[in-house]
Design a protein around this ligand. Structure first.
Ligand SMILES: Nc1ncnc2c1ncn2[C@@H]1O[C@H](COP(=O)(O)OP(=O)(O)O)[C@@H](O)[C@H]1O
Ligand SMILES: [Mg+2]
Length: 255
């Protein structure tokens, strides 16, 4: 059984058919990228998987249909996302932001009350949470920034804090919407390596929307191409690059 199985998913906004009968499945341990021109329906598709929208069709994770299930039920199923634009608390420390990612598996009331305690007064629960948060930061190479304020960090580092927060939620299936947007070339390469490590060393399956073709080609096991809400191609990096429909969608007819 695939980890994620999307069947005949359709969604319209008024007259705009944002998604039209999209079908694909993702096996455990894959990095599966979704690419396509602006307005192709990529973010809408991720929003359907993460529960922002309720589409027609079915979206099964390990056989369980998510369509119609409340968005907050997803972390318990191991489905966790990051956003196209940074969604952190800028005036809080890095570690406090990451701790929020563990909210559903920690006794959250207790954790919240502990966040404001002195370190000496920490409960066992908070110690456990902090240990997990430091581990998540370590995975993303962010250990040294644990006590820094998010607002004081460069954009590319903030994007990695978001990823650490997502890892804190112990995902099986991680949904990333343009994880390298706004990053420098060097930051993009570093992030690509880290996403690959999430897969190889932490067993995370990744579904990623990404514009940077260098990153996509380097780390994806398979790529799906959307255009005007429809899947126009799917396959390995080489196969997709050579597909004439993909060239046409990106470069226009006659090129
Ligand atoms: N909340 C919304 N209300 C109305 N139209 C929307 C909404 N979200 C997306 N759309 C439209 O759906 C289409 C797909 O958008 P989107 O999924 O954001 O594309 P992408 O992420 O591939 O750039 C676009 O035509 C967009 O204008
Ligand atoms: Mg988008």
């Amino acid at each position: 059984m695939p980890l994620l199985e999307v069947s005949d998913v359709s969604l319209a906004f008024g007259g705009v058919q944002a998604l039209a009968n999209v079908n694909f499945s993702v096996e455990k341990g894959e990095i599966f990228s979704i690419i396509g021109p602006n307005g192709a329906g990529k973010t809408t598709l991720l929003n359907c998987i993460s529960g922002v929208y309720t589409p027609f069709g079915s979206i099964r994770v390990k056989g369980v249909d998510l369509v119609g299930m409340k968005a907050h039920a997803r972390p318990a199923l191991g489905v966790v996302r990051t956003f196209q634009n940074i969604a952190l608390f800028p005036s809080e420390s890095v570690i406090d932001n990451v701790l929020v990612g563990g909210d559903y598996w920690l006794r959250s009331g207790l954790l919240r009350s502990c966040l404001y305690w002195t370190r000496l007064g920490c409960s066992a629960e908070e110690m456990k949470a902090r240990k997990a948060a430091m581990e998540a930061l370590g995975v993303l190479g962010l250990g040294e920034f644990a006590d820094a304020l998010v607002a004081d960090l460069p954009y590319g580092t903030q994007k990695r804090v978001e990823l650490a927060r997502a890892m804190m939620a112990k995902p099986n299936l991680l949904l990333l919407d343009e994880p390298t947007s706004g990053m420098t070339r060097a930051e993009k390469q570093e992030l690509a390596e880290q996403v690959k490590i999430l897969k190889t060393e932490h067993g995370v399956t990744v579904v990623m929307i990404e514009h940077d073709m260098g990153v996509v080609m380097k780390i994806s096991d398979r790529i799906m191409v959307l255009d005007f809400g429809k899947k126009i191609a799917e396959g390995g990096p080489a196969e997709v690059t050579e597909n004439p429909k993909v060239r046409e969608a990106y470069l226009g007819k006659g090129s």
